[in-house]
Each structure stands twice: as structure tokens, then as C-alpha cells.
Design a protein around this ligand. Structure first.
Ligand code: GLN
Length: 468
């Protein structure tokens, strides 16, 4: 496209058509922006070659999760309460993508407010896994991972609070990375649990993920938790030799209850890394068992306070069924939020309430520190941590919908990285059947470059990796 062999319009039209065609079966998108995307592609095509070649994503169509703001467009978060909300400004990641030449083709489906692991709770309906339509694509970024896996977009943005980039990436056989907390600006991301939320790339291979991460990472004064630390050129160091790297195999994850295909893929992944000269060291993180409990106390507490802003006054939906101010609040929230979001608000309000705060919220904060200490200690001995992304492959749609606890356990392996704020990536590896298996690699804070390098080494060893 930089050389003009294909125009940005041609590329955009082709993906828009695929996205539209994919909708009836997959429902990966909440909105597809035909007009905006084509206008944008046309403007890119009129640029001179020198300007084009300075852009890392020139003409590349990209799908963006619908909890990230694009000025003038909807950002529904999969919720009825934000159905009529139009973003008054763009997220920093959106601005960065555009300044690198990307074309945003649409907004992808998600569990309501990104709370979930299956992309089943959106007001806009269920998203299906393109590899097997009766299966869930995982969640909450299931619209983004389904779109990339089905080739409706070459890459996408997702968000990850407890695993929502990595778990659906593992279910759909794509690569998804959660950067270090603070690496990518959260400005313009609708908050779910702000001490955990991060935006990250979803792509068909490690290199594409590295390029998108490069484009969106970096310090942003508009996000007070953004970190001012230089962003390396991730895509340049992918082919580095990994011999001598010390990789900690997490006992609690690898020896946990895994399905057969996950166990086999995991064993194969360790061998593949060893054969490239990496040293696999068993490590134990004794407090990992508490991760899910800690996460669901802290994240619901943050949610209950965050979502107070959706009151029928400032944003989106307002009930027409009320007699005074407080009945307006009540009716609006009753109508606007789905069951899972209400459950989280109720849980969060409970753990923060007088008499329970010390027993739940404060205790969970202390326990979070124990996990962070476990991980820090492990990183004294090894450079990376490895394990499966999820204990199983994509489950059936509906299989866990009525069992919140089982649903919460879907993120048992991904949550620790969010608790500790460290970067983590999931990539498909070594599946022996039609459904992919995801392997997760975690790294020290700001060590995304090394993490991507290890991921690339693994990808190279897998003949079935998509996009090859
Ligand atoms: N599945 C987890 C939850 O429901 C994580 C969601 C996410 O990362 N956004 O909270």
C-alpha cells in the first residue's frame, strides 16, 4: 500500500465486505463504519509516498473493541445504558492508530462493560467462535478475536482486566497481548476496574501484534497511571536468539486440572523452547490459588464505584418510567444494565460496605500484595513465566452462562498478570485437534520486547500457527 500497488480503499473495501458477510453467523461487530472507513482510506490514498512510509500502519484496517472511544461514533460497551452515547473525543489509542495510518472499520462486540469470559452478555447478542460456531469465542474481547480469527480484520484492539484479551485469543487461535499496566494509555477507555484495565493488540501472528503494540504504547499525560518510559521497537527484536533465557514453568498452572489437549500442547511448548536453548525452570507461586477470589473482590469494588456515573443524567439511556429523581435513577439502571453487571455492582457495593470493608476489600488488597510478592520472587530466578492461557479450549455457547462461578474460573490463569500489572501474551500453540490451545508467557514489567521474542520463538516452532 505504501508503494501504491494496492490502494487503502481497496484493502478497506475488501475487509468491510468480509466484516458485513461475517455478521449473520458471527456477530463480531456492534457497528461497521462503511462510510467513515472509506473516507479515511481515500484520504490516506491521497498522501505522498514519503508521508505514507512514515506511518507504521498505513492503510491497515483495524477493528476496535466497543469500550474504546472513537470521536463522533458510538461506544456502547455492549450495554443498553450506553446505546445512545456518542463519544465526544477519541481515546489516545485511537488517535495513535490514526496517526500511524490505520483505518478503523468497526467496533467489536464484548461482554457488557467487558465483564465476562464468553461474549454472551452483550445487549447486541452473542458472538460466535469462527472455528466452530457452536463454541464461544471467549471474552470479553470475543468480538475482536473472532473478527481477527475469521479474517474480517487483520488486527484489532481488545482490553484486558482479568484476561479479556488473552483468554479469547486462546479460544480463537490468535495472538493477544496485555501490556504492562501503564504502558498503554487508558484515556478514552470506558473504565471497568481501573487498577487492572489495559488495552492491547490482537493479531494473527506475533509480529503483527508487536507492530500494533508499538503504535499504541507510550506515555500519555492524560492518563495519570501512564508510565513515562521509552517504548522499544518491538518488531525489530523478534528473531533474536533465545538461548540462555530462563523461563519459569508455573507449577500451579501446569500441574493444575488441564484438559488433555491443553496438557499436550503445554508439554510440546516447553520442549520447543528447550530445543531452542531456553532453560525451563519449575517455579512455584504459592498464593496463586487466591487470585480469582482477590480479583472478584477488588474488581467488583472498583466497578460499583465506577459505574455510578451511569445515572440517566450524564450519559446514554434514561428511563421514561419515573416520578422523581430517585425513581429515575432506579428505573434507568434497572433497564440499562444486564444481569451480570448488576451482580458485579451488588457484589462490589457489599465488599465496600461498613462492616465488610475490612473483611473483604482490605483483606483482598493485602492478598494482592502476596501475589505480587510471589511473582517478584519468581522473577528473581527467571526472566519469564509460562503456562497455559486457559485450562480448556473454547467451551460451548451457553455452557457456563448460568453458572457465574464457573465463568469466573475461566480466567484462573490470566488474572495473576493483572493483579501484578505485568505484561502477558497468549499465542496459539501445538493444538492436536480443530480447536486451538493458547500458551501464555508473562514477563517482568516493561519487558514486552523479551516476551514477544520468546513468543515468536514458540510461534516459529509451530507449523500450525495461523498467518504463516
Ligand atoms: N472475565 C473476567 C471478568 O469477567 C475478565 C474480564 C476482562 O478482562 N475484561 O471480569
Amino acid at each position: 500500500m505504501v508503494a501504491g500497488d494496492i490502494s487503502a480503499i481497496e484493502a478497506t473495501e475488501s475487509y468491510l465486505a468480509k466484516a458485513r458477510e461475517g455478521q449473520p453467523a458471527l456477530n463480531a461487530f456492534i457497528s461497521i463504519d462503511n462510510e467513515g472507513a472509506l473516507a479515511r482510506a481515500g484520504a490516506l490514498d491521497s498522501l505522498r509516498v514519503e508521508a505514507r512510509s512514515r506511518m507504521r500502519l498505513f492503510g491497515i484496517p483495524i477493528a476496535v473493541k466497543d469500550n474504546i472511544c472513537v470521536k463522533g461514533g458510538k461506544a456502547t460497551c455492549g450495554s443498553r445504558i450506553l446505546n445512545s452515547f456518542i463519544s465526544p473525543y477519541s481515546a489516545t489509542v485511537t488517535e495513535k492508530l490514526l496517526s500511524e495510518g490505520a483505518v478503523i472499520i468497526g467496533k467489536t462486540n464484548l461482554d457488557e462493560f467487558a465483564m465476562g469470559s464468553s461474549t454472551e452478555t452483550s445487549y447486541w447478542g452473542v458472538t460466535r467462535n469462527p472455528l466452530n460456531l457452536s463454541r464461544s469465542p471467549g471474552g470479553s474481547s470475543g468480538g475482536s478475536t473472532a473478527a481477527v480469527a475469521a479474517g474480517l480484520a487483520p488486527c484489532a484492539l481488545g482490553t484486558d482486566t482479568g484476561g479479556s484479551i488473552r483468554q479469547p485469543s486462546s479460544f480463537c487461535g490468535v495472538v493477544g497481548a496485555k501490556p504492562t499496566y501503564g504502558r498503554v494509555s487508558r484515556y478514552g477507555l470506558v473504565a471497568f476496574a481501573p487498577s487492572f484495565d489495559q488495552i492491547g493488540p490482537i493479531a494473527r501472528n506475533v509480529e503483527d501484534a508487536a507492530i500494533v503494540l508499538e503504535a499504541i504504547a507510550g506515555y500519555d499525560p492524560r492518563d495519570s497511571t501512564s508510565v513515562n518510559c521509552p517504548v522499544p521497537n518491538y518488531s525489530n527484536s523478534l528473531e533474536r536468539d533465545i538461548s540462555g533465557a530462563r523461563i519459569g514453568a508455573i507449577r500451579e498452572h501446569i500441574e493444575g486440572e488441564l484438559t488433555r489437549p491443553v496438557r499436550d500442547a503445554m508439554d510440546a511448548a516447553l520442549k520447543a523452547l528447550q530445543s531452542q536453548g531456553a532453560e525451563i525452570v519449575p517455579v512455584s507461586l504459592p498464593h496463586l490459588d487466591y487470585s480469582v477470589a482477590i480479583y472478584y473482590i477488588l474488581s467488583t469494588a472498583e466497578t460499583s464505584s465506577n459505574l455510578l456515573r451511569f445515572d440517566g443524567v450524564r450519559y446514554g439511556h434514561r428511563s421514561s418510567n419515573y416520578s422523581d429523581l430517585s425513581s429515575m435513577y432506579r428505573a434507568t439502571r434497572e433497564e440499562g444494565f444486564g444481569a451480570e453487571v448488576k451482580r458485579r455492582i451488588a457484589l462490589g457495593t457489599f465488599v465496600l460496605s461498613t462492616g465488610y470493608y475490612d473483611a473483604y476489600y482490605l483483606k483482598a488488597q493485602k492478598a494482592r500484595t502476596l501475589i505480587i510478592d510471589d511473582i517478584r520472587r519468581a522473577f528473581g530466578e527467571v526472566d519469564y513465566l509460562i503456562g497455559p492461557t486457559s485450562p480448556q479450549q473454547a467451551f460451548e455457547i451457553g455452557e457456563r452462562a448460568d453458572d457465574p462461578l464457573m465463568m469466573y474460573l475461566s480466567d484462573i490463569f490470566t488474572i495473576p498478570a493483572n493483579l501484578a500489572g505485568i505484561p502477558a501474551i497468549s499465542l496459539p500453540f501445538g493444538s492436536t485437534d480443530e480447536l486451538p490451545v493458547g500458551v501464555q508467557i508473562m514477563a517482568k514489567p516493561y519487558e514486552e520486547a523479551g516476551m514477544l521474542n520468546i513468543a515468536r520463538a514458540l510461534e516459529r516452532a509451530d507449523n500450525h500457527a495461523p498467518g504463516r
